[in-house]
Design a protein around this ligand. Sequence first.
Ligand code: NAD
Ligand code: UGA
Length: 466
Amino acid sequence: MKEIKKICCVGAGYVGGPTMAVIAQKNPHIQITVVDLNKERIKAWNDEDLSKLPIYEPGLDKVVLEARGRNLFFDTDVDKAIDQADMIFISVNTPTKTYGKGKGMAADLKYIELCARQIARVAKTDKIVVEKSTLPVRTAQAIKRILDQTGNGVEFQILSNPEFLAEGTAVTDLLNPDRVLIGGSQSEKGKEAIEALASIYGSWVPQERILRTNLWSSELSKLTANAFLAQRVSSINAISELCEVSGADVNEVARAIGTDSRIGNKFLKASVGFGGSCFQKDILNLVYIAKSYGLNEVADYWEQVIIMNDHQKRRFAENIVTTLFNTVNGKKIAFLGWAFKKDTNDTRESAAIYVANDLIEEEALIHVYDPKVTELQMLSDLDYLATREEEANKKHLTVHTDAYKALEEAHGIAVLTEWDEFKSYDWKRIYDNMQKPAFVFDGRNVLDHKVLESIGFEVYTIGKGK
Ligand code: NAD
Ligand code: UGA
């Protein structure tokens, strides 16, 4: 088996950066270069001041500090890194297509193809190419065809090694993964490539947690894992609406069903709706693949997960309007949180964006506090929806760096992200400085509702009727 001495990772994003940092930390004998076209991102990865890393993840700064400059490098010279590497990870973005065939459903593979073509153009020695990005089943076949076009005698082995880390816990997930999945060709050389990658993970992951499969199983398992996880959230959210009208409490229901070991207790937290860059994109992709094979019932089944999620976000906004005497026109609605979950600065597909958008349609004035998300990011999230002029978004959205200022004089408070710090706020002080009746809409069920009600708040909870 060929020893891997140099790795290149194309794409220094939420996956490429942390994944390579941990691989480098655990394999000091391997030189790893993470490359990206985005110069600003690479500059931030190289910043002496670790608080300026482009991604906020608990514990990431320590890992980067240990490996960077030793065997971990961030660079913009993509050709050079590809040329020198024995193994190349492709970790570029695979967003939902926004144009042409499959618009709004299929994964846009243009960055993947560009990468494959660049590797084909530059490579002069044999390479193992690893799909780290989440891809439609059978993408490896397309990558292989592009790579094999070179005709210069270079041999490529393609592996699928999807990433299962969750944002906010990326470092602990990488250090202690439930499993590492490696799919590859079942030929002699394919198996050698699988073992080469398995030995890199073997530096810290027990062998029994390293699963080997064929390429297509590995590619499809990633989409399936995300679909199952998102489906659990939509399932409990569907039940949350039923709880609200029937007098049941969704937390109690979740606990009752979660103790059944066949169901399990994780991913049963009712919320304002799931967000994040992947759940929606990956399910849409799954739906598109099923449809393209003519499997309409399969497609419809999974699409329902997205339909339920959209409904959950919309009804949260509608409930705010209804509760505030059917109008939020000119009223200050304070948002606690904008990120799609706690402990990340990522806002992609965050429920907060959609709830804000719906409330702005009702002429509300949204004031937001999020410990990690910038004003620029929030405005660009709203502008991306293209519901109204950018100026109008600016007029309706005010961003605060002090939570108490955001909440002052508000008619209602909506909790959109479950940041821990919200629990320890001085809620009496907040109550005293608010409009009355003082409404709280807890979209994450994180606050102590008994305490809030004893102070005088009217609290609306997902999954608990009045
Ligand atoms: P990202 O947008 O944060 O990062 C992708 C990076 O790739 C960008 O910085 C972009 O500039 C760069 N890039 C694109 N084309 C390039 C090229 N040709 N050459 C060099 N650089 C290029 O995306 P991400 O969140 O890291 O996701 C990457 C992939 O991993 C996606 O397929 C995603 O579905 C998957 N994934 C993401 C997560 C997550 O938590 N974010 C988890 C598991 C899997
Ligand atoms: C998810 C998966 O958990 C990862 O395994 C996967 O690698 C990743 O997608 C990906 O492919 O990108 P992530 O989106 O980072 O990770 O975060 P999750 O913890 O899964 O949360 C997703 C969304 O669901 C968040 O908005 C979260 O608040 C929401 N959620 C999660 C709930 O509303 N209830 C729950 O019980 C769990």
